[in-house]
Design a protein around this ligand. Structure first.
Ligand code: PBG
Length: 338
């Protein structure tokens, strides 16, 4: 993909770069990228119970909602112009098993949440994560046998999980598990069951990252993982050509949209993916990135509103069509007020 002609050059004093920056109107005229609420997907955590909003301690300002509270929370996001939400469950410990059977229980927390949102807001886009970690007593995204996360058996579980989510009303299936062949397996399972209209957003280049720490607290999977890494399926942060191979495979297997994750430390990957493939490209501005800015702002070190909008604009500049971000509601409010 080309981004226009090569940059014209000029020499001082004929060329004064500051001329275009002098006025608000001229800055607006030469602005190369825009950020609007249309660019935002809001990840929401759901917990068991009634009439609950629990704070996530490592993500100040982020809460887990019981599903009866979701319609009101989503109503606010919708009124601000946010097109879609992504649901993540804090499954009760007692429901977690080595086979992660709860992931395909048609009445699990995710399905309850999808139904609650879709009943109230049928025109809101709803995404569901596909991976076993919220349901797995080993804390891994796949099924563990003899100490190894097994690939092909996990694919069957992922397909069953996706089907209950879609039957509950989910619009976008977003596999985050990094098993090989999952996009192809999910596409054919969905199509075989009459769900050829359901979108697939692949977490195509997902790195094994320390920036997921607060998320694992939010869904209470950290304790189950017992300090183990996800290095045998998530990508090595040292690699970037490999990300292009992952994305190429997922597009070939039928992904409608691809995602890079984490976000801010991986904008070089976003840029390469968008340049190479020109497909709808997203990034996940993950929990640790949220915590860094939020906690720094709470301590007085940063201007929250400013750094939130600046970092989301950086995703657009790198080539993202949109961003999954815990800042979505705050950012949309700021954008609407601007
Ligand atoms: C799980 C999943 C993770 C995130 C989204 N889906 C964590 C992980 O892979 O351990 C991370 C999101 C975040 O940190 O905000 N498959």
């Amino acid at each position: 993909m080309s981004r226009g002609p090569s940059t014209p050059v000029g020499v001082f004093p004929q060329t004064r770069m500051r001329r275009n920056r002098r006025w608000d109107w001229s800055r607006r005229l030469v602005r190369e990228n825009t950020l609007t609420p249309d660019d935002l997907i809001w990840p929401v955590f759901v917990c068991e119970g009634k009439d609950l909003s629990e704070n996530v301690p490592t993500m100040p300002g982020v809460v887990r909602y019981s599903s009866d509270r979701l319609p009101a929370a989503v109503a606010e996001a919708k009124s601000l112009g946010i097109p879609a939400v992504a649901i993540f469950p804090a499954t009760p410990s007692a429901a977690k098993t080595p086979g992660a059977e709860e992931s395909w229980n048609p009445n699990n927390l995710v399905c309850q949440a999808v139904r609650a949102i879709k009943d109230a807001h049928p025109d809101m886009g709803v995404m569901c994560d596909v991976a076993l970690d919220p349901f797995n007593s080993d804390g891994h995204d796949g099924i563990v046998r003899d100490g190894h996360v097994v690939n092909d058996e996990t694919l069957d579980a992922l397909c069953r999980q996706a089907l209950v989510q879609v039957e509950a009303g989910c619009d976008v299936i977003a596999p985050s598990d990094m098993m090989d062949g999952r996009i192809g397996a999910l596409r054919s399972a969905l199509d075989r069951n009459g769900h050829e209209q359901v979108l697939l957003m692949s977490y195509a280049a997902k790195y094994s990252s320390g920036f997921y720490g607060p998320f694992r607290d939010a869904i209470e999977s950290a304790g189950f993982l017992k300090g183990e890494s996800k290095d045998t399926y998530q990508m090595d942060p040292a690699n970037s050509d490999e990300a292009l191979r992952e994305v190429a495979l997922d597009i070939e297997e039928g992904a409608d949209m691809v995602m890079v994750k984490p976000g801010m430390p991986y904008l070089d990957i976003v840029y390469r993916v968008k340049e190479r493939f020109g497909v709808p490209t997203f990034a996940y501005n993950v929990s640790g990135e949220y915590a860094m800015l939020r906690i720094a702002a709470d301590s007085g070190a940063l201007d929250y509103n400013r750094v939130v909008l600046e970092s989301l604009m950086a995703f657009k500049r790198a080539g993202c069509n949109g961003v999954l971000t815990y800042f979505a509601v705050d950012a949309a409010r700021l954008l609407n007020d601007a």
